[in-house]
Design a protein around this ligand. Structure first.
Ligand SMILES: O=c1[nH]c(=O)c2ncn([C@@H]3O[C@H](COP(=O)(O)OP(=O)(O)OP(=O)(O)O)[C@@H](O)[C@H]3O)c2[nH]1
Ligand SMILES: [Mg+2]
Length: 198
């Protein structure tokens, strides 16, 4: 089976990539599965693209094989696009999905329905030794729920209601999330590259 290293230590992302790449006959292997201890890469960039490149290029240089990375986040209009690139650690260190949700709901306490619009954004970067890094971006429009609900997915899924649905992303079955998510929309644009992967 063909394989591709995904430069992520996020279990939720890793599971979604496993499923999405399996359709192309590719085993997507996250850093959580590697035998060697891979150091954490500091995400010091100021855009999703810069942070994705830091991850895919950093791990590509370490292993000398093709590597894909995902930098993603939630952009809330009423918060001027926050948490954005700071989504993973919005409530501070260490990374805590539940604390992040509590912080967002608190910040939106006085914001009513038509103004709770938001989108998930995902930038995928592919780094191959000797080649310039390739970028693809996807997004998923929606709004922030009044309270959290659902147990699927990860991150902010329990408070994100995708456009066209009444339930949160965490209430939807994973196979639905994987057909509408920001990650899916970025992946679709990589289809040709994925099919040519040797
Ligand atoms: O509800 C969610 N559903 C999603 O589908 C999703 N995708 C991203 N996010 C949020 O954005 C951060 C990414 O930050 P991020 O790209 O730096 O990833 P990360 O630090 O978690 O792992 P790594 O890939 O860097 O190792 C994550 O932690 C989450 O808080 C999501 N939340
Ligand atoms: Mg990260």
């Amino acid at each position: 089976m063909k394989q591709l290293i995904i430069a992520t230590k996020n279990k939720g992302k890793a599971e979604e990539f496993k499923i999405m790449f399996a359709k192309y006959g590719i085993n997507a292997i996250s850093l959580l599965e590697l035998e060697e201890d891979i150091p954490d890469i500091e995400e010091t960039g100021s855009t999703f693209e810069e942070n994705a490149a830091l991850k895919s290029e950093g791990i590509m240089k370490l292993l000398n094989i093709p590597v894909m990375a995902d930098d993603s986040g939630l952009m809330i209009d009423a918060l001027d696009g926050r948490p954005g690139i700071f989504s993973a650690r919005y409530a501070g260190e260490p990374k805590d999905d539940q604390a992040n949700i509590v912080k967002v709901l608190k910040e939106l306490e006085n914001v009513q329905d038509p103004n709770r619009t938001a989108r998930f954004v995902c930038v995928l970067s592919v780094s191959i030794p000797g080649q310039p890094t390739l970028f693809k971006k996807g997004s998923c429009e929606g709004k922030i729920a009044l309270a959290e609900s659902g147990s699927h997915g990860f991150g902010y899924d329990p408070i994100f209601i995708p456009e066209g649905y009444e339930q949160t992303m965490a209430e939807l079955e994973p196979n639905i999330k994987n057909k509408i998510s920001h990650r899916y929309h970025a992946m679709v644009q990589l289809e040709e590259w994925i099919q040519n992967l040797s």
